[in-house]
Design a protein around this ligand. Structure first.
Ligand code: MN
Length: 503
């Protein structure tokens, strides 16, 4: 996570960007990008980021990200200009005048989107609503926002601890689930992996020290397996486009490990093998051959081609035993997950909605079904109770074992699932817990055993005359902190009582 090099000018960056645009072969695009870059350089002037880098290095990195993704020239230019209205003298009108309405519109979308901040439920929902509105108007705004965020996450180290954690948490909870819903697996994975070390530093350390070395070993084995599979498929005259392996993103690996009692041997897709086939029929043919040469595990064959995941993901998945001669210990085969898909499915899985705005204009008609989904969300959120459902569905992946609630001042408190106001109170301070006499959740008075949900705003009342916690609380508290404090208090009271009667 080192990023200490201070850049005063990023010649390499702009050269890189110009080269990518040149490769596309449209001279006008190259000129436009150079103009947008010069404009951003002039507007940001001597502004610097916390890292010491010249400010313009950030929009440039954002634009390079977008260009690599193959986004159209307007999106790349908007990436270069995205912080100009917010941080410089130049206005949105200036940009629209200089670069036309389309680029002006994209920059406006990002500026309006602002930053999502945790300031209580209302603001949180409000911000999400803004994000969805922007998406429904033009999903390219969201793609720029993701590229912007990825670059910000890369340079988090120069920020103070609390700010760093907030940005990382927000990326993990809001940005990554949205990327997932839009089928942008690659963005989702990167947002999560960049946030993970800042949000859960100890868990991250555990993973890198204890788990990743084991994966290296698996990786080596998979390379052999790839080679073998390559030969086997070729001798059977099956024409595949590509066979490659991919390592699971570390945060999703972490989540899966938590679900499987941290037992690495239970995770079969740490490294998965991908077979890219020219069309759907060939995908099924490849699956047949794979099962002929490797014994499949029962119940692990998934046909996401005929039944895509809700976010549109398509592939055939199977988990097989590798042939014994590839394994050192010949008593058993290694277990390998294989994913079979077409190039279109592959692109869709990696880039989702962004895949539709790529430079290749022929794809544009596929956009409709995705936009439809976003439109549904916009329609839904007119009604705020439905909006909560949207929030719920967004949070499903992330919030399996943890919830995040807010103090009235908007601080985020992390608790286990089904935690109560008493857990919350002890998390604030042991005295707040001991003297806790009542609570409000989202402005409503509730009983102390109420189960809290992510996004709730909690206010705890204390009674200075209260002697201490009730032993009944032990029946419903979920955190060890609360249980520990309550037990300690109750035991001490009993001891004092016993002592008192003895004397
Ligand atoms: Mn930015």
């Amino acid at each position: 996570m080192k990023n200490t090099e201070i850049l005063t000018i990023d010649q390499e960056g702009i050269d890189d960007l110009i080269r990518i645009m040149k490769e596309r072969g449209d001279e006008d695009d190259v000129v436009l990008i150079q103009l947008a870059y010069d404009y951003a350089v002039e507007a940001h002037g001597e502004q610097r980021r916390k890292s010491g880098n010249l400010y313009v290095v950030h929009p440039l990195a954002t634009a390079i990200e977008l260009a690599r993704l193959g986004m159209d020239v307007e999106t790349v230019a908007a990436g270069l200009l995205h912080d100009v209205p917010e941080d410089t003298e130049k206005t949105l009108e200036d940009i629209a005048e200089e670069f036309g309405e389309e680029i002006g519109f994209l920059v406006e979308g990002i500026t309006k989107l602002g930053q999502l901040k945790y300031r209580g439920m209302e603001r949180y929902v409000d911000n999400l609503r803004r994000m969805f509105m922007a998406m429904a108007q033009d999903a390219r705004v969201i793609v720029i926002k993701f590229a912007d965020r990825i670059n910000n996450l890369r340079t988090l180290d120069s920020l103070p601890e609390n700010k760093r954690r907030r940005i990382a948490l927000e990326s993990l909870e809001i940005f990554a689930p949205i990327a997932n819903r839009l089928g942008m697996g690659e963005f989702k994975g990167r947002l999560e992996d960049l946030s993970f070390p800042h949000v859960y530093p100890e868990e991250y350390r555990w993973l890198t020290e204890q788990v990743l070395p084991k994966i290296e070993v698996k990786q080596e084995f998979i390379e052999q397996f790839d080679e073998w599979l390559n030969i086997e498929l070729s001798t059977r005259k099956l024409e595949f486009i590509d066979i490659h392996s991919r390592k699971k993103h570390i945060y999703s690996l972490y989540q899966k490990l938590v679900r499987h009692n941290r037992d690495v041997s239970k995770i079969y897709d740490i490294v998965a093998v991908r077979i890219i086939m020219p069309n759907v029929a060939k995908c099924y043919e490849a699956l047949g051959i794979v099962h002929e040469i490797c014994k499949p595990l029962k119940g692990r064959i998934k046909d996401y081609i005929s039944q895509p995941k809700p976010n549109g993901y398509q592939s055939l998945h199977t988990t097989v035993f590798s042939p014994r001669h590839l394994v050192d210990d010949e008593s058993r085969g290694e277990i390998v997950e294989i994913q079979i898909r077409t190039p279109e499915m592959h692109e869709e899985a990696e880039f989702g909605i962004a895949a539709h705005w790529q430079y290749d204009v022929e794809k544009i008609e596929d956009v409709d079904h995705k936009v439809e989904w976003m439109q549904q969300i916009v329609d839904m959120q007119e009604n705020s109770s439905d909006m909560n459902q949207v929030l719920e569905s967004l949070k499903i992946d992330i919030f399996q074992n943890r919830i995040y609630v807010f103090t009235p001042r908007g601080d985020v408190i992390e608790l286990p699932e089904n935690a109560t106001p008493v857990d919350f109170a002890y998390r604030i301070h042991s005295d707040v817990g001991h003297k806790c006499s009542g609570a409000k959740v989202n402005e409503q008075i509730v009983s102390l055993d109420t189960k809290l949900h992510s996004g709730d705003v909690i206010e705890v009342f204390t009674d200075p005359h209260r002697k201490g916690p009730s032993s009944d609380w032990l029946e419903f508290v979920k955190t060890n902190t609360a249980r520990g404090h309550i037990r300690e208090y109750v035991n001490r009271k009993n001891r004092d009582f016993v002592k008192g009667t003895d004397l």
